[in-house]
Design a binder for this molecule. Structure first.
Ligand code: LAC
Ligand code: ZN
Length: 458
């Protein structure tokens, strides 16, 4: 009865067709790209304006209904799963690019614009929004990227989303519209509420508009794939390149197990079965050549050699996450997205391999696929829960916990880029034993009724 009351209130606040309780619509927003179990909400709302978002939040507040915001649904830690039911606020219709200001190198856009679409629209200006979420730029939205401070391949040169956010508009859990930050690249005016909202995964406010800084497209780039005798050598070379070769915009690691899994794909040509680094230098031709040469020199000192026969390394790179997950279908994968300081990278990756080797049998060794953004110390370890080399869920959870603890002990983080969401919630206190209480206090200020994405992050 109560449910009917608040759904009717939503229908009065939005266009009727923007509110749905159709089973197919609920199913579609019940999960993300993680393998965490989905949860059906009671309804979905697809607003077009900030005023409509605020209206939804006010109804939710009045009736104590949980609200889970959803962008492209490409998150990997369950941030968009409507754990407590209630309303899914699907922002995909808020997909307008509101203003581009090339002289200022700024764009203002709604949160539902996808990463790739924004960059396509900007192409004629010669500018772009550099953080790239790897293989999911076609789906990942600006709002979603802001909510996790998403990054990817180019984080070595361009950082994560946070570095590019100038200003935000958000609706808080009180239903108030808040504008934070601004347009200029730098400000010292008071507490930075913008940086608080970036990475808050829909738990403090619903981002309804983003102002982003932009950068000129690189003058050019060169890419190379390098094969190493061992994964330690690959990691050590990555750490050295990231430190000493400033022309490099990306230094990506992929271990031989990952490459073997990709070999099974049709149409990829010769996929080397070795531990690899994939690199990209950006700049003018001379800078690209210098970067490539310096990287090859570092590689050679670690026994690394250029793999000539492989084409564009990113064609392989962009398929890793989805391919490994599909190979473990339907159970899927457990994953880590820890980051460690570069001098500890090889040691950390070795610990992953030792953990994998400590279980399974000689006939059926457990697989731990390792790849990631080695240049910034981010390591994705994917543990299949089904198919070849699988782990039991308990084994995978124990491994994930122990790797997270190691990453923190080494001075790293439990989440380099995917966020805490639901899947990594029990790890946050490891990293922020004191900070977590302050995060709870902030949450209570922005969302006093606890309606925004309950059960996530904290
Ligand atoms: C990647 C995603 C999983 O690096 O972050 O492929
Ligand atoms: Zn990644």
């Amino acid at each position: 009865v109560d449910r009917e009351a608040w759904i009717r209130a939503l229908e009065r606040s939005l266009e009727a067709e923007a509110v749905s309780t159709a089973p197919g619509d609920l199913q579609a927003v019940s999960h993300d790209e993680s393998d965490l179990p989905g949860v059906l909400p009671a309804c979905t709302c697809r607003p077009r304006t900030t005023a409509e978002v605020a209206a939804v939040i006010r109804v939710a507040m009045e009736h104590g209904v949980p609200v889970t915001v959803r962008g492209g649904g490409s998150g990997l830690e369950g941030g968009a799963i409507p754990l407590a039911g209630g309303i899914v606020l699907d922002l995909s219709r808020m997909d307008g690019v509101l203003a581009v200001s090339p002289d200022e190198r700024v764009v203002v856009a709604q949160p539902g614009v996808t990463h790739d679409r924004l960059n396509r629209l900007l192409r004629s200006t010669g500018l772009h929004f550099p953080p790239s979420p790897g293989g999911s730029g076609d789906v990942a939205t600006l709002g979603g990227m802001v909510s996790t401070d998403a990054s990817g391949l180019y984080s070595l040169r361009h950082g994560g989303t946070r570095r590019w956010v100038r200003g935000l508009e958000a609706v808080t859990g009180t239903g108030e519209v808040l504008r934070v930050g601004g347009r200029v690249p730098k400000s010292s005016a008071g507490y930075d509420l913008k940086d608080l909202l970036v990475g808050s995964e829909g738990t403090l406010g619903v981002v309804t508009e983003v102002t982003l800084g932009l950068e000129p497209l690189p003058a050019g780039f060169v890419r190379a794939t390098l094969a190493f005798p061992t994964i330690e050598e690959a990691c050590e070379a990555a750490a050295e390149m990231a430190g000493y070769v400033p022309e490099l915009a990306a230094v990506e690691l992929a271990d031989r197990e990952t490459m073997e899994a990709l070999r099974a794909l049709p149409g990829l040509g010769d996929v080397p079965g070795e531990d690899l680094l994939m690199i990209e230098a950006q700049g003018r031709p001379g800078e690209c050549a210098a970067g490539r040469e310096a990287a090859l020199e570092v590689a050679a000192a670690h026994g690394g050699q250029v793999v000539e026969e492989i084409g564009d390394p990113w064609a392989l790179r962009h398929r890793m996450t989805r391919t490994l997950r599909e190979a473990a279908h339907p159970a899927g994968v457990a994953r880590t997205d820890c980051a460690v300081p570069l001098p500890a990278l090889a040691r950390f990756v070795n610990e992953i391999k030792s953990l994998a080797a400590a279980g399974g049998t000689a006939q059926t060794p457990r697989r731990a696929y390792v790849f990631g953004h080695a240049g910034v110390g981010i390591v994705h370890c994917l543990m299949p829960l089904g198919g070849a080399g699988s782990w039991t869920p308990d084994e995978a959870r124990a491994a994930r916990d122990s790797l997270a603890a190691r990453a923190v002990a080494l001075g790293g983080t439990v989440s380099g880029e995917h966020g805490i969401g639901l899947g990594q919630r029990d790890l946050l206190a490891l990293e922020h034993p004191d900070g977590i209480a302050w995060m709870r206090r902030l949450k209570a200020i922005f969302d006093p009724r606890g309606i925004l994405n309950p059960g996530k992050v904290l």
